[in-house]
Design a protein around this ligand. Structure first.
Ligand SMILES: NC(=O)c1ccc[n+]([C@@H]2O[C@H](COP(=O)([O-])OP(=O)(O)OC[C@H]3O[C@@H](n4cnc5c(N)ncnc54)[C@H](OP(=O)(O)O)[C@@H]3O)[C@@H](O)[C@H]2O)c1
Length: 483
């Protein structure tokens, strides 16, 4: 099987925050990978923009170092690297001042797709939008890419949407949730809507419950200050886990078209039940071999921010009423893994008179070892009569697809190419983000009103014991957190 790489149209991409952590680790190495793959056309130009005083040669050296550090295998491709760096330039600019804007205007070329990546703190999004407009840098076809977090509640998300809408149409705004750029996340849609097998069973008549787990082994590390104001609910659930839930729960869109897909996701978010306080478990990790405790890392011995959350969510629509979704995510857990488990109901009658619980489980692994497993029940081998045993039909995408399966394009590079193509399918629409905050806000406000204190859990464990109870009360169990 051969991957098809279709070059995008020539573009001018300006990265505001071009010297920041995200640019260094993800955006610049990702662009270089697309350049090496022949997808970024040789005429395309990238402009790094930040306040630091630096000239273009200095920026090229900076980009070269970023690629050496974060580019992986391609870092050694010196021939391509030389050509790629020639496409880079730099402007020292202030989002809140006048410095650098006319110089930036001088670098923009006619007839190119024009995209502006706001890889800066969200507090600068409005300023950038205003100045881009003021300096005549955009037209009706220009695009802006905005990073997460998109607001910290409904009010701030609405304000951001208003600030951007003052200068850009919704069709020009690309709100990134990098989870949607992951190959395996898109595979969720392929599995659901490309196979006859699953769709007829994909409802509360056949599905007992669904588990979505995104577990990390790392703690908050150097992001303590940011994370203590955010917590797992804002940092992970409101966006990444919500997007996974939407892809699993949504109705089939009429076609694979940005608005058709996003309309269906929005309907799911609007159908989410308010979550009862006793259906949520919040946790904070303790110190362990892996490092200091959460409270030490955020430098606040009384922090009530959660580094772990588990919750039971109901989706009140015809397809899902009665089938709970259990979500959990946390830091410093036993293993790093992102998995979705669709647990089917027990047979309503066993002709074998079996007492044991046998049920089909479809597990989709987003990372690591991307793949799918379908748990099926067969006869236990041997002459001992008709006894049943559960076995996995196990598929790793890398094994099944060979070299192409192993060639996982990073989420950021895929999404940037989609911006240039003008395809918004994998980006969040303004109303989607607002609906997600409208569901999230009462949950967070409830914790503050009640003075909710997170439960502690051991570093390297599967999370607080209360999370086990959350499912045990429903006579269910979490799938193991393992890599
Ligand atoms: N890092 C990640 O892994 C990650 C992941 C997800 C989302 N994000 C989001 O991506 C955005 C960037 O994050 P980051 O980690 O790259 O931040 P960062 O390392 O702090 O970089 C911020 C960048 O913005 C520039 N900047 C700051 N003030 C400016 C101004 N007034 N005018 C022009 N440029 C200015 C900085 O350069 P100067 O100081 O020289 O101006 C720097 O290049 C944030 O919204 C963040 O939430 C980051």
């Amino acid at each position: 099987m051969v991957s098809r790489v279709i070059p995008v149209d020539p573009f001018d991409l300006v990265i505001f925050g071009g010297t920041g952590d995200l640019a260094r680790r993800k955006i610049l190495p990702g662009l270089f990978r697309r350049f090496c793959a022949g997808q970024m056309p040789p005429e395309a130009c990238v402009v790094g923009a930040a306040r630091a005083d630096m000239d273009t040669d200095g920026y090229r050296a900076f980009v070269g170092e970023a690629i050496a550090e974060f580019g992986g295998d391609i870092a050694n491709d010196t021939e391509n690297l030389g050509a790629f760096l020639q496409r880079m330039s730099y402007v020292s600019i202030d989002a809140r001042g006048e410095k650098g804007w006319s110089e930036l205007a001088g670098l923009m070329r006619e007839g190119m797709v024009r995209a502006f990546y706001f890889s800066v703190a969200p507090g600068l999004f409005g300023d950038l939008a205003e100045r881009l407009n003021q300096h005549g840098l955009t037209d009706a076809d220009s695009r802006i890419v905005v990073e997460k977090p998109f607001g910290r509640d409904l009010a701030t998300a609405k304000e951001l949407n208003r600030d951007l809408a003052a200068y850009f149409d919704e069709g020009q705004i690309y709100r990134i949730d990098h989870y949607l750029g992951k190959e395996t996340v898109q595979n969720l849609m392929a599995v659901r809507f490309g196979n006859m097998l699953f769709e007829p069973l994909w409802n509360s008549q056949y599905v007992d419950h669904i588990q979505i787990t995104v577990a990390e082994t790392v703690g908050v590390g150097g992001r303590g200050e940011y994370y203590d104001k955010s917590g797992a609910m804002r940092d992970m659930v409101q966006n990444h886990l919500m997007q996974l839930l939407c892809l699993i729960a949504m109705e089939p869109p009429s076609k694979f078209d940005p608005d058709a897909v996003r309309d269906e996701k929005l309907k799911v978010i609007r159908a989410l039940d308010a979550v009862e306080p006793h259906h949520i478990v919040r946790g904070q990790y303790e110190a362990g071999e892996e490092g200091p405790s959460f409270r030490e890392e955020v430098n606040d011995p009384r922090s009530r921010t959660e580094s772990y959350i588990a919750m039971k969510i109901g989706v009140s629509n015809w397809r899902w009423a009665g089938t709970p979704f259990y979500l959990r995510t946390g830091k410093r857990l036993k293993a790093r893994c992102s998995e979705i488990h669709v647990v089917f109901k027990e047979l309503n009658h066993s002709i074998f008179g079996e007492q044991e619980d046998h049920r089909n489980v479809l597990s989709i692994r987003l990372q690591p070892n991307e793949g799918m497993t379908l748990g099926v029940t067969i006869k236990e081998p041997g002459p001992g009569g008709m006894r049943l045993v559960d076995v996995p039909l196990d598929m790793s995408f890398a094994d099944a697809l060979g070299a192409d399966g192993a060639d996982q394009t990073d989420a950021y590079e895929r999404l940037i190419m989609d911006v240039i193509r003008g395809n918004q399918t994998l980006f969040m629409r303004g109303d989607e983000v607002e609906a997600a905050w409208a569901w999230t806000d009462p949950i967070i406000n409830g914790w503050h009103t009640r003075g909710d204190v997170p439960k502690t859990y051991d570093s390297g464990s599967e999370g607080p014991v209360d999370a086990v109870q959350l499912l045990a009360r429903d006579t269910r169990v979490w799938r193991k957190v393992s890599s």
